[in-house]
Structures are given as C-alpha cells and as structure tokens.
Design a protein around this ligand. Structure first.
Ligand code: CTP
Ligand code: CA
Length: 227
C-alpha cells in the first residue's frame, strides 16, 4: 500500500475511473470526437484520491495536466484502446466509474493517407464501437460499477434503462441541456440512482464537489450491502 494513502472513507479501496472523449480517426488529419473535456472524470479521480483510495485514471485525449502524481494515469485515444485499458484493470479494482464519453460509432475504414477532396459529397461509413460499460457489467463480480448517462430528454427514464441494461450498481444522470451542467462546464447538476431506483438529486456544484457527493453515495451504498 502506498505510504501516501489517506485514511479516509475509501482507504484500502482501489478505484478505476475513465474520463474524457475518445477519438476515432478517419485519416491522418481528421477524426470524430465529442464535446467531453474530461473535467468530471478528473474531478472524480482526484476526489477518490483525497478520500484515501488508490486510483487509476484511464483518460481519453484531454487537455488536462494531472495535478496529483499519485494517481496512476493511462492515456488512450480510441474507444478500442479504452476498452482494453478498462478490461486490463477491471479485476483488481473495487469501484469502477465510467464517466468517459465513448464514441458510439467509428469510421469503418481508416485511411493511411490523407483523403484528397473530390467534387461532390463524401460519405463516410460508420460502424458501432463496443459498449465498454456493458461488457464490464457482464463481467462484474465484486466491483461496484457506476456509469454516467448524458441525456437531453427524459433523463431519468433513459438513465434507469441504462442502469438496468448494463448491470450497474449506480448511474449518475446528467441532463446535458440544463444550464450549468454537462460538457465543458466547471459545474454540474446530476441525479444519482442506485438499484433501489430512488433518484437522489445533486444540486448545481463544482465538478469536484459533485464528485465528492457521488463518492459519498457510493461509500454508503457499499456499506448498505447494495453491492
Ligand atoms: N459507454 C461505454 N462504451 C460505449 C458507450 C458508452 O462504456 N461504447 C458508457 C459511458 O462511459 C457511460 C454510459 O455508457 O458511462 C452511458 O453513456 P451514454 O452515451 O449516455 O449512453 P449509451 O449507452 O451510449 O446510449 P446513447 O448514447 O444512445 O444514449
Ligand atoms: Ca453514447
């Protein structure tokens, strides 16, 4: 055990967090991605560390410098690489939080050379990526598995659907159209739902405070044996 571990509520626990977007390459100069900045995931990793956990952070391409050198950071680019990194680290972790915004589709072909423009339209064929969280949910044994949901409509309904479909212990639902919530913002508003399906609102907070609240709920739920 690391001598710098803090004897907080997560002392002795190993926490795995994924953060940021993924990037799916079309050719050497072009790619598909989304608006995730990674701030929420980094806040979760830092908060977990402050509560005493041993933390591994799998980060997609983000512009954030790690402030806490005791957090083990694994940088990835694509959904496929994130899938690999999460599965490689899954079995040894106790709490796994998937706050990353994983690309749902990637170009079916990646061109080795830069595509030259041609007259007329360009159609890019896309294929589905694997659902990382769902595959972790299928493999889960002792882990407390937490997903995030980004929704613009019916957040509660869609969020609960994801909780159940992906075999999660809890889900943090973000209404990304709400003011002060979601992408790029330093603040967030969310609803935490565990297997009891009783939604708990987390009011507008800094991403760091929201992370601490989410971890507080997780600690409580693990103690309650909702694992
Ligand atoms: N997720 C994942 N792998 C994917 C897609 C999503 O692990 N290929 C995870 C995200 O990290 C998040 C959760 O699934 O924790 C929900 O992501 P979200 O995009 O809200 O839901 P989807 O299941 O992808 O459904 P949709 O985008 O159609 O709403
Ligand atoms: Ca998605």
């Amino acid at each position: 055990q690391n001598s710098q571990q803090i004897r907080g509520p997560l002392y002795g626990k190993k926490v795995l967090v994924s953060a940021g977007p993924t990037r799916e390459q079309i050719d050497p100069v072009r790619f598909f991605t989304n608006r995730s900045t990674g701030k929420m995931g980094f806040a979760l990793a830092e908060a977990a560390k402050e509560l005493g956990a041993e933390v591994t952070l799998v980060a997609g391409p983000v512009n954030i410098d790690s402030v806490n050198s005791t957090i083990k950071r694994i940088d990835v680019i694509t959904a496929e690489q994130m899938f690999q990194a999460m599965h490689d680290n899954f079995s040894e972790n106790d709490i796994v939080i998937k706050s990353a915004a994983v690309a749902d589709y990637r170009p079916k072909n990646t061109f080795v050379e830069k595509m030259k423009k041609q007259p007329g339209d360009w159609k890019i064929e896309m294929e589905r990526t694997q659902d990382i969280l769902q595959s972790l949910g299928a493999e889960k044994n002792h882990q407390f598995l937490v997903g995030f949901a980004a929704e613009t409509t019916n957040p509660l309904e869609y969020g609960v659907e994801k909780l159940q479909k992906k075999n999660l212990d809890a889900i943090v639902i973000n209404n990304v159209s709400a003011h002060g919530a979601g992408f790029e913002s330093d603040t967030n508003i969310a609803t935490y739902v565990n297997k009891s399906l009783q939604p708990e609102e987390i009011p507008l907070s800094s991403k760091k405070d929201l992370a601490l609240q989410v971890l507080g709920f997780i600690v409580r739920d693990m103690k309650d044996g909702k694992l």
